[in-house]
Ligand binder design. Structure first.
Ligand code: SF4
Length: 352
């Protein structure tokens, strides 16, 4: 019954689910997971089409972050052995962008481990954005922590297409995982990025001790910000962090979460990111069939990912084309405040 209600709402009435409707789906036993996955896949095809967007990241300034996010090996407060280096030389960033292009991805995200960008760092990021855009034609995204309105405007003026700033988890759990800034600090930066004209990329990490109900709340808190993209990471406990001994989600819990996020965020790019290899294990393809339509390819910020050719081969086997990037006018805001997406072009999959 909850699945039939959700299907009618999303596919017949073309409306978003209420929290109660989503919660009823979440409370179905995991034995019904195949039906939930099938619905999430239908919703993804109906609202987004078959394309899958690929993005790669560069950790352009690693470690020594003053914040205390409990899952993060880049916090200066934990002894994690992570690489610590200042902002990379622009030539290194350009080399990584070229490799991204060669691997078939269309998005390149410059990430730095800071609370927020100081002026000198911001100027260097803006130089790198300009160079990568001119030399590779890639869409450039940035993830630089908390922003002021003025910083957001400068990034938007420089042509940064998307700004990533995750809420990380739901409002109720956030104080347990971070004490150096607040949930509302994060919400404010997400809103500033959107207001400046950048597309918002805003998601988080599943498996931070949230209940199933809180996971649903998290999806709705994200939906309230109307993000164009929602990265879903899974906790991959890092040695030396306070969460080092936490358990991984099971593959079935992860697939359930992906499908639930698709039902609550029907038109978003739902991007599987860090932790997917460890958590989904041999079910990587199921993640894409459970409603995800975007992947991080290559390595993550501090952990190794799959080789890009493995994901390209996976998409080839699934018959899913690689999206050619967001492009101008790709996202429009419909009357409900949600993002609706016009039809997109795609590029052929390259399997090297
Ligand atoms: S998640 Fe970001 S803000 Fe938090 S400690 Fe890690 S790098 Fe710093």
């Amino acid at each position: 019954m909850p699945l039939a209600t959700a299907e009618r709402a999303l596919l017949t009435e073309r409306r978003h689910l209420t929290r109660d409707e989503a919660l009823a789906v979440a409370q179905l036993p995991l034995d019904e997971l195949p039906s939930l996955i099938a619905l999430a896949h239908k919703v993804r095809l109906e609202w987004c089409g078959p394309e899958v967007e690929l993005e790669s990241l560069i950790n352009a300034k690693s470690g020594a972050c003053p914040e205390d996010c409990a899952f993060c090996s880049q916090s200066v407060r934990y002894h994690t052995g992570v690489d610590v280096y200042p902002f990379l030389d622009v030539d290194e960033i350009l080399d990584a962008a070229r490799a991204t292009r060669a691997a078939g991805a269309t998005q390149f995200c410059i990430v730095v481990a800071v609370r927020g960008p100081e002026e000198r760092l911001l100027r260097r990021v803006l130089d790198a954005v300009d160079l990568v855009q001119r030399e590779t034609g890639l869409e450039v995204a940035c993830s630089l922590g908390l922003l002021t309105n003025e910083q957001a405007a400068r990034l938007a003026d420089a042509g940064v297409r998307r700004y990533n700033h995750n809420l990380e988890t739901c409002r109720a759990v956030f104080p347990r995982i971070c004490s150096t800034h607040t949930y509302d600090d994060r919400v404010q930066t997400a809103r500033r990025a959107s207001a400046a004209g950048m597309e918002l990329c805003c998601g988080g990490i599943l498996g931070l001790g949230e209940t199933l109900e809180q996971r649903v709340d998290f999806a709705f808190e994200l939906a309230a910000l109307a993000p164009g993209e929602v990265p879903i990471n899974f906790l991959d406990p890092r040695p030396g962090t306070p969460l080092a001994d936490d358990a991984l989600l099971s593959p079935r819990e992860a697939l359930q979460a992906i499908a639930l996020f698709r039902l609550v965020l029907p038109s978003a790019w739902l991007r599987l990111a860090g932790g997917r290899e460890r958590v989904l294990r041999e079910l990587q393809a199921m993640g894409v069939l459970a409603g995800a339509n975007a992947l991080i390819v290559g390595n993550y910020l501090t952990t190794a990912g799959r080789a890009p050719h493995e994901d390209l081969a996976l998409l080839d086997a699934l018959g899913m084309p690689v999206a050619d990037g967001p492009g101008e006018g790709r996202f429009v805001v419909d009357g409900t405040g949600a993002h609706a997406r016009p039809a997109r072009a795609s590029i052929p999959i390259r399997v090297d």
